[in-house]
Structures are given as structure tokens and as C-alpha cells.
Design a protein around this ligand. Structure first.
Ligand SMILES: NC(=O)c1ccc[n+]([C@@H]2O[C@H](COP(=O)([O-])OP(=O)(O)OC[C@H]3O[C@@H](n4cnc5c(N)ncnc54)[C@H](OP(=O)(O)O)[C@@H]3O)[C@@H](O)[C@H]2O)c1
Length: 403
């Protein structure tokens, strides 16, 4: 447990209005003697952000665009209040990290908007960087890890599977690790007939059997792209070969992942499906926080847990992610950008569920072989893929984030 009376940790949350962000603030609300929220960043959910500002009184905030920043400043003009300093855009999120000097950063912005801010955190040695935002690890993981080698920062995975692996590795020699077994529920369509996949509706895809999450990651779970992104994320985070990552379908989501050691031992982390568990570890690491969870894990009630192999025919996105990783640096960038556009198109009813994988596959075929040697080239390729995948989309995307 983090002990009472120790100095408060200064916390910066990127993506404070989202599912991970609000869960982080829920934990902090229950442990207010341990944390000071110094900085919050989001896109454009001003009503939620204003409530958070009122409650947690951060010194700095950052929003997605200059227009949103203008609106926010207007609404912060209440007499007597001491408003936070307002930044905006990718540069603003980065400046927010620099100015707020946090002890803990929770990276939970969807997509690539938080990349520069996380890189800034690594450069300025923010001691604990909790990473939920898998897209930036997938796209630019090798660049982040290179910077980490020169930094005193520690990356704490927040994705529940990677948090489980991180915990199963604690206190053990990395050289004794044989395999990482990433578990996945299989999503809402695990047992549905593949012939029926064309008829899958948005409402059905947005209903995850075990986890409550933001819309993008929920659709990724339904296509199993999420497991594919996690496969790439695990290679980056734990610096292992792709052949050492195994995917195991486990519909109950009780075992959040495990590792296999060279002596035949398996270490697993178990728990209920509640993101507050991995988030709290990132907030308190290397200590733990007592959490007031509504449910407890009761294995007697579960009686049996089930496991099966993934179905790559039914879920081509999982196969595509593995193939993209094998392509080289460019593969995951193409995969991630095309998938984000495709998911957005599905969410606004422009395409069918099965077209998500087709769009990603076409983009991989078109862009494979593109050299990527720097972070600038990561952003450049990401932009080109978005433009190619959906010409109308890229304009609004990049004007919002101001690359
Ligand atoms: N939810 C989970 O249980 C879970 C589990 C594991 C990993 N993750 C990962 O964690 C990340 C967040 O997931 P989530 O489910 O919390 O997503 P979410 O509910 O959709 O929230 C996304 C957050 O990002 C912010 N954002 C979007 N565009 C932005 C921009 N241009 N500039 C600044 N902020 C922007 C959003 O702000 P607005 O609300 O203002 O748009 C919101 O705060 C994702 O990378 C996801 O893969 C999530």
C-alpha cells in the first residue's frame, strides 16, 4: 500500500475525459491524500473537463484545438476562480507535461495525439509513465524505447494484459522468460457464425461481453484488432521475439495474461474485469492501493475457466497485425492508421464490419516497403495512410491535432 503521510504524487492525465481517464480520477478521488492532479488533457469534451477542473483544480489543462481552447477560456472566466493555464493541440499537450512536472503520467489519449507528450515525459525523466495508449507504442514503440534507454523514467503498462505480464515478471530474471501468453475474451462475436459477420451492427459491436471501454477499443475488441495491437505492444514493451508471444482465448477474462518460464512454471495475474486494477498499479507503483471494487473475484462461483485457440479465419485483423509486425517498422504504422480510419468509418455507418479488415489489408499491400527512419517519417507515413484510406478524413484529423 502507498502509505498515508508520504509526499503527494503530482499526476498528469492525458485523455482525462475518456474511459481510462475518468477511472484514473475515480481512484484519485478515493485516495486524495496521496495525489495532486496537476494537469489534465482531452480533446473536446468541455463539459466533463470543466467538472474535472472544478473538482481537482489542476494548474494546467490542454485541449484538442485552438477553438476548443478559446471556448474553455471563455467558460473559465467565473469571478473569484483561479483558472488553470490552457494549452491546445499536440504541442500544447507536450508543453502541459513540461510545465506541470508530474511524478506520474497516465497516457490515455486515444490514437496518436499523445505521442509528443509521452516523449516529453520520457525526456524529462517523469518517474512513472503509465501507458494505456497502445497506439503510440504500436506506431513509435522503438523510438520511445530508444529514448527510454537514456531516461530515468519507468514505463508501467496499463493495458490489463500487459499489466498482468508486468506483474508476472516482477522479481524474476528476464533471461528465464520463455513465452508470454496474452489472453483475450474473443469479443462479442467469438461464437457467431462467420457467414453472419456481414450483418453485424454497430450496436452489437459496441457491446463487449466483459469490459466497459471507449468506442474505438471496443470495436477493435470485436474485430480482434485489439489483440493484434496488443501483440505488437507486448513485443515492444517486453523486448521479446514475436515467436515468444502466444494468444489464448479465455472468454471469462479472469486470467488477464501469463508468462511461461524456462523451468515450466507459469505465472498468471487474475482479477475481475476492472480497469481500475491496472490503473491503480501505475499510480502507486511500486506500491499498491486498496481499491473499493464493487465485485470480488470468486473462483468458486466461476467453477470452471475456458481456453481455446484464436480463429484467424474469423478474425483476419489479428492475422493482419501479426503480418504487419513482421513487415518491419512501417507495418504497424500502416496497420494502426488504416484501422483507425476504418473503425471511424464503421462507427459512422459508412462501411460494414467485415470491411474494416479489407481496408487494413489494402493499406498494408499498398504501403509496405515504405522506409521509416525517424519520428518525422512515422508521422508522415501515418498521414499518408490516413489520406489514402479516407481522403475526407485526414483533413479534419490533422487540423484538429495541428501536426
Ligand atoms: N478503456 C479501456 O478499458 C482501455 C483498456 C486498455 C487500453 N486502453 C487504451 O487507452 C486509450 C484510451 O482509451 P479509452 O477507452 O479511455 O478511450 P476514450 O474513452 O475514447 O477516451 C479517449 C480520450 O482521448 C481524448 N482525445 C481524443 N482526441 C484527442 C485530441 N485530439 N487531443 C487530446 N485528447 C484527445 C478524449 O478526449 P475527448 O473526450 O474530449 O474527445 C478522451 O479523453 C486508448 O489508446 C485505448 O486503446 C483503454
Amino acid at each position: 500500500m502507498v502509505s498515508e503521510g508520504s509526499e503527494k504524487r503530482r499526476v498528469c492525465i492525458l485523455g482525462s475525459t475518456g474511459s481510462v481517464g475518468t477511472n484514473t480520477l475515480n481512484i484519485i478521488r478515493q485516495n486524495s491524500s496521496l495525489y495532486d492532479v496537476v494537469a489534465l488533457a482531452c480533446g473536446n469534451s468541455l463539459d466533463i473537463l470543466l467538472n474535472q477542473i472544478q473538482e481537482f483544480k489542476p494548474e494546467f489543462v490542454s485541449v484538442g484545438s485552438p477553438q476548443v481552447a478559446r471556448d474553455l477560456r471563455q467558460r473559465l472566466l467565473a469571478p473569484g476562480a483561479r483558472p488553470p493555464h490552457v494549452f491546445y493541440g499536440i504541442d500544447g499537450h507536450r508543453d502541459l507535461v513540461r510545465e506541470s512536472e508530474p511524478d506520474v503520467l497516465i497516457g490515455a489519449m486515444a490514437g496518436i495525439h499523445g505521442l509528443q507528450a509521452v516523449l516529453q515525459a520520457v525526456r524529462q525523466n517523469v518517474p512513472y509513465i503509465g501507458i494505456a495508449n497502445k497506439e503510440i507504442l504500436v506506431m513509435a514503440g522503438s523510438f520511445i524505447l530508444d529514448l527510454l534507454k537514456e531516461s530515468r523514467s519507468e514505463l508501467i503498462p496499463v493495458d490489463s494484459e500487459h499489466s498482468a505480464v508486468f506483474q508476472a515478471l516482477m522479481g524474476n530474471e528476464k533471461s528465464a522468460l520463455k513465452n508470454i501468453i496474452l489472453t483475450g475474451s474473443g469479443g462479442p462475436f467469438r461464437t457467431r457464425d462467420v457467414a453472419d459477420f456481414k450483418r453485424i451492427t454497430k450496436a452489437e459491436a459496441l457491446k463487449h461481453p466483459n469490459w466497459v471501454m471507449g468506442a474505438k477499443i471496443t470495436i477493435d475488441s470485436a474485430t480482434m484488432m485489439n489483440k493484434g495491437l496488443e501483440f505488437i505492444e507486448a513485443i515492444r514493451l517486453f523486448q521479446v521475439e514475436r515467436r515468444q508471444i502466444k494468444i489464448l482465448i479465455h472468454p471469462e477474462s479472469i486470467i488477464h495474461s501469463m508468462v511461461e518460464y524456462c523451468d515450466g512454471s507459469f505465472m498468471a495475474q487474475l482479477g475481475i474485469s476492472d480497469m481500475r486494477i491496472p490503473i491503480s498499479l501505475a499510480l502507486a507503483y511500486p506500491k499498491r492501493l486498496p481499491l473499493d471494487l464493487s465485485k470480488q473475484l470468486d473462483l468458486v462461483q466461476w467453477q470452471s475457466l475456458h481456453f481455446e485457440s484464436p480463429d484467424y479465419h474469423k478474425f483476419p485483423c489479428l492475422r493482419l497485425a501479426m503480418e504487419a509486425e513482421a513487415l518491419g517498422t512501417e507495418g504497424p504504422i500502416i496497420l494502426n492508421a488504416a484501422n483507425e480510419v476504418a473503425v471511424q468509418k464503421f462507427l459512422i455507418d459508412h462501411i460494414e464490419f467485415t470491411e474494416i479488415a479489407s481496408i487494413v489489408e489494402q493499406a498494408l499491400n499498398h504501403f509496405q516497403g515504405t522506409p521509416v527512419r525517424s519520428l518525422e517519417e512515422v508521422i508522415e507515413l501515418d498521414e499518408r495512410v490516413r489520406l489514402w484510406t479516407s481522403p475526407w478524413n485526414v483533413q479534419s484529423f490533422y487540423s484538429a491535432v495541428e501536426v
